[in-house]
Design a protein around this ligand. Structure first.
Ligand code: BTN
Length: 319
């Protein structure tokens, strides 16, 4: 696949020489790329094989050269059910955190509130960071919001000026989702436990790509916003750097020091919303968040507080 990633035609002979395999073995490999990874490959007699859209693959070598191991040790895969599940599996096997899990594709990517997270091959970032929870789960108050801030700041370095936050930890560009965060605890909270922070960023995903039609909310990607193909290796390093910086400040000082920065970047601050929790719905105006990251909502002139859990928010009047 590395040979095809430049989006140019490559003849069967050329591919055969590089991979040292026969023509029929190449044909099998091409069929596998199509069936396993859902890649569209053009086959033209006399020209050879070409990826229908060029792709910049994740590269262990590039990530090492860019210094990712100095930020955090990492494990990289072509395909996983979910990077969060793999991080949990590695923790159960005794792998010492912190570490990152990265994959080109997820076959059962998970979103918040039991939703699926579409994870086409080679298009986006699917990243999980595994951490040890040292001082009990109270230590984690507001942490998912801090992760949202770190990812948002990483995207701003690419020139994504309009990117902002939606409580609790969605990352949006003008009401279109560009990234999401799923934090999962593993182990027993009363003895030591671990936290897996899963981050999905829509990077080079295009309209009409595999799975896009089943996304039930408006979305965008960095490529759609900036009109250029993004090197995910570079972006993974930037996100990891911001994550480690923000999480180490959080470990020292807690959520309070991020309160102001978070509210400043909250796109729905002061907006009229409908909040759904289980079967109940409340209409109100968002006044902000509190010291623990809970949402402050003004409902009929009284302020109510909601912790993230299984809550969803939508705008009352989309303008
Ligand atoms: C959301 O619903 O907004 C959260 C989406 C989180 C998706 C990421 S992709 C990497 C990690 N692995 C998963 O299965 N989910 C998270």
């Amino acid at each position: 696949m590395e040979i095809l990633q430049d989006g140019k035609f490559h003849s069967g002979r050329e591919i055969g020489e590089v991979l040292k395999v026969s023509r029929s073995a190449i044909w099998k490999k091409i069929r596998l790329l199509e069936s396993k990874f859902n890649l569209e490959i053009n086959k033209v007699r006399g020209h050879g094989y070409q990826l229908a859209s060029p792709i910049l693959l994740l590269s262990e070598t590039a990530l090492v050269e860019m210094g990712l191991p100095d930020i955090c040790p990492f494990y990289i895969y072509k395909s996983l059910s979910s990077t969060n599940s793999e991080a949990t599996r590695l923790l159960e096997q005794g792998v010492e955190p912190p570490f990152l899990v990265l994959s080109e594709q997820q076959t059962a990517g998970r979103g918040r509130r039991g939703k699926a997270w579409q994870s086409p091959f080679g298009a986006n970032i699917y990243l999980s960071l595994a951490l040890k929870v040292r001082n009990g789960i109270r230590e984690l108050e507001g942490l998912p919001l801090v992760v949202g801030l770190a990812v948002m700041q990483a995207l701003r370095t690419l020139g994504m000026d309009k990117v902002g936050l939606k409580w609790p930890n969605d990352i949006l560009v003008q009401n279109k989702k560009i990234a999401g965060i799923l934090c999962e605890l593993t182990g027993d909270p009363s003895y030591g436990c671990h936290l897996v922070i899963g981050i999905g960023v829509n990077v080079n995903m295009e309209l009409g790509c595999e799975g896009a039609e089943s996304i039930d909310q408006s979305w965008t990607s960095i490529k759609l916003e900036l009109q250029r193909l993004i090197d995910r290796n570079n972006l993974i390093c930037i996100i990891s750097k911001y994550l480690m910086k923000y999480l180490s400040r959080y470990a020292k000082s807690g959520f309070t020091v991020f309160h102001e920065e978070w509210e400043k970047n909250h796109l729905w601050q002061g907006r009229e919303v409908v909040l759904t929790t289980g079967t109940q719905q409340f209409e109100g105006i968002i006044s902000g968040i509190d010291h623990s990251g809970a949402l402050r909502l003004n409902v009929n002139s009284s302020e109510q507080r909601y912790s993230a859990g299984e809550i969803s928010l939508r705008l009352l009047n989309k303008l």
